[in-house]
Structure formats: C-alpha cells, structure tokens
Ligand binder design. Structure first.
Ligand code: SF4
Ligand code: SF4
Length: 191
C-alpha cells in the first residue's frame, strides 16, 4: 500500500502575496540569478529561485514552513539581480509575515526572537540601543554567555553605550509609526 501523501496546491497563495505587496512572482522565468547571488543560500533549505517557484505552484505549506526566508538577511542582492524585476527580498519578508500570522512556529526561532527584540528596542528608544537589545535577547534566549568576548571587545571600542540616547520627540514619532502599522495590519486581517 502506498504511503505517499498528496500535495494539495493553494491556488490563492500567489494572489495573497501579490495583493499584499504588489509583486507578481509569476514573472519569474527561473534564470536562478537570484540564487546564484544570494549570500545566504548555503544555509537555506530552498534557494530563493526554488522558493519563488514553489510560490508559483501554490505550495503554501512547503513555503511557510521553510527556513529559507528566516535565513534571508534582506541584503537585496536577489532583487537587484532579477532580470524580471521580481522583488524577491520583499517576497521573503511577506512570506515570513504570512507564516507568523498563520501560527507557524518559525523553524529558525533565534531570527524571530531577534526581529521582535529589535522592533521593541526601536519602538521604545526611537533608534537602536545595542546594550538594551543584547540584554533583551539574553533574557529571552537564556544564552547569557554567548558572544561574550565579542561584546567585551565592542564595549572597549566604545561601540556599546551604557546609557541610551533618549528623545521624547523621537520616541513619540516611532510610537506613532508603530501604531499606524498595527492599525493597517488589523484592517488587512479583517479584509
Ligand atoms: S532572478 Fe528573477 S527571474 Fe531569475 S529565478 Fe530569480 S526571481 Fe526568477
Ligand atoms: S535578500 Fe535574502 S534571499 Fe535575497 S539575496 Fe539577500 S539574503 Fe538572499
């Protein structure tokens, strides 16, 4: 008896991405220039070109459970190289957002934890406060001694400020941006 499971394509997946960011992955003709230039493809389970192809085939489960977009460093090389002007980096971000909004546990949890900590940090200080970010990450990952030597080196070179640069005006502005984004996200999820 066969144990193979049928893969059911989600025909709406491509449209879901196109609607969100106005990027049409169907323009891809699989030249693989994106994958050839991607500095992170060695750590991905599917190369950028393969992920785009899977999106076109409607393989939503495969895509949103992939670690490819979590390994993407948003360097934009793929987007710059694409002869069809497919904004692959934007697709990577969007697929991450869709995966999280649909309750998928990120396969590379450290990246998700870092992203959330960085956003919290920017929201509260209006800019990156590195020492605060490190503290937040250590408390959430319990990796208290990871990269300790590097941290000490940065501190001695004056790259880590003990006291954050504070500005009420800046914090209010970033709070305002975060609140507008949150309203937009709620409105989108209700549609
Ligand atoms: S570079 Fe553009 S056209 Fe070529 S494979 Fe990547 S997404 Fe497709
Ligand atoms: S943006 Fe992401 S997918 Fe594109 S080349 Fe950079 S690391 Fe690779």
């Amino acid at each position: 008896m066969s144990t193979q499971t049928a893969i059911i394509p989600d025909a709406k997946f491509l449209k879901q991405i196109d609607k969100k960011i106005k990027v049409n992955a169907n323009l891809c003709y699989q030249c693989r220039k994106c994958s050839a230039g991607c500095p992170m493809s060695y750590a991905m389970d599917y190369t950028p070109a393969q992920l785009i192809h899977a999106i076109r085939l409607g393989l939503k489960d495969l895509v949103i459970n992939s670690k490819t977009m979590w390994m993407c460093s948003s360097c934009q090389t793929c987007t710059t190289r694409c002869p069809q002007e497919v904004d692959i980096a934007k697709i990577m971000d969007t697929v991450k957002i869709i995966a999280v909004s649909e309750g998928i546990k990120p396969p590379v949890s450290s990246v998700h934890i870092f992203n959330k900590a960085a956003l919290r940090n920017i929201k509260w200080f209006g800019r990156m406060y590195e020492l605060g970010l490190i503290g937040d990450l250590k408390l959430r990952t319990f990796e208290f001694f990871k990269d300790m030597g590097l941290g000490v080196k940065m501190f001695l070179k004056g790259k880590l400020k003990i006291i954050p640069s504070l500005s009420l005006n800046r914090t209010l502005t970033t709070f305002n941006i975060f609140s507008r984004v949150s309203k937009k996200e709620k409105a989108e999820s209700n549609n």
